[in-house]
Design a protein around this ligand. Structure first.
Ligand SMILES: [Zn+2]
Length: 315
């Protein structure tokens, strides 16, 4: 009889990224939604979509973090490396892209405020009636042309602006609600001469749109003492929110077709120059504020477990 001790199978410990921080839970959520999107593309008939399916499926399959110790000696995870798919509507990549833009714009805002210290900031939302998702491209052309018309009017006194296009899914599941968010820089005289009331905004926007109904318009001024940075998350949030992306495969696939090669964020007036500098930088979705490539820090690598929809590390 064999009396040798049975080999013991060493049980590996499992460490969930979501247990490390709230950021870990957020990463799990975006990655799980990417998995859904990949499935939508995989089931579509178009040739190009199979390629998207593959790319999104392989997006950020692993994440490597630096282990940083803060002042209170608490350990923090900072993303060091990952491979992102860069598909436009990938929930992970659009989240990373939005973080990248926020970081870039927050970096240049102090310079703009320094160059134009007396200017005030307005946050304007311009809408149009919902359209069928299959009419989205046409409707976006209309809304963008109307905005151009608006900027060419005499009453448009703004020195510069950033415009972002947002699309939400209609409650009926087949329509889309495209609208524009504008961060506009008003000269100091705007509130004394040239102020546009809410009612007047609606009239002007109706004329620019050339429609026979009164469109919804929201305008709010950022208080003098407030940093315009507070509005950046609003202006640079996702073009399509994640819950709308994953709600329905048909709507999502049509959205991909309709938004193909369209532009989400653009700038005008003096802000165009500031933005041009930013656009020329390459898209670094890992870490916009990264100083160096190499790191001496200790690192941890987590891998995506599709079945349980979590990033795990086996120790
Ligand atoms: Zn991706």
């Amino acid at each position: 009889m064999d009396s040798s001790p049975k080999p013991t199978i060493k049980k590996r410990k499992i460490f969930k990224l979501s247990d490390a921080s709230v950021a870990g839970q957020i990463r799990d959520k975006h990655r799980a939604n990417a998995q859904k999107i990949s499935g939508y593309y995989a089931n579509a008939e178009e040739d190009g979509f199979a390629r998207y399916a593959w790319r999104v499926k392989n997006c950020s399959k692993w994440l490597e973090f630096d282990l940083l110790h803060d002042d209170e000696d608490k350990v923090q995870l900072k993303l060091r490396d990952a491979r992102f798919c860069r598909v436009r509507h990938c929930p992970v990549c659009q989240w990373r892209r939005s973080l990248m833009w926020k970081a870039r714009i927050c970096k240049i805002l102090p310079q703009i405020i320094n160059d134009y210290p007396k200017h005030r900031w307005l946050f304007i939302t311009l809408t149009i009636k919902n359209c069928h998702i299959k009419q989205l491209r046409l409707t976006l052309n209309q809304i963008n042309k109307s905005f151009k018309r608006l900027t060419e009017l005499k009453i448009w006194h703004f020195k510069g602006w950033i415009k972002s296009v947002e699309v939400t899914r209609g409650r009926d599941g087949v329509s889309a609600h495209p609208h524009l968010h504008i961060l506009a820089m008003a000269p100091p005289s705007y509130f004394s001469h040239g102020y546009i009331s809410q009612a007047k905004w609606v009239d002007i926007w109706q004329q620019c749109l050339k429609v026979n109904y009164q469109p919804v318009v929201h305008v709010s001024a950022i208080a003098k003492h407030q940093d315009p940075k507070i509005i950046i998350p609003e202006i640079l949030k996702y073009q399509v929110k994640e819950s709308d992306l994953v709600a329905d495969a048909e709507w999502f696939l049509e959205l991909t077709r309709q938004l193909h090669k369209s532009r989400g964020i653009s700038a005008g007036g003096v802000l165009k120059e500031y933005m041009r500098d930013l656009e020329e930088k390459s898209e670094d979705l890992v870490n916009e504020n990264k100083q160096t490539q190499a790191s001496e820090e200790e690192s941890l690598c987590f891998t995506w477990q599709a079945r349980i929809e979590k990033y795990l590390k086996y120790i």
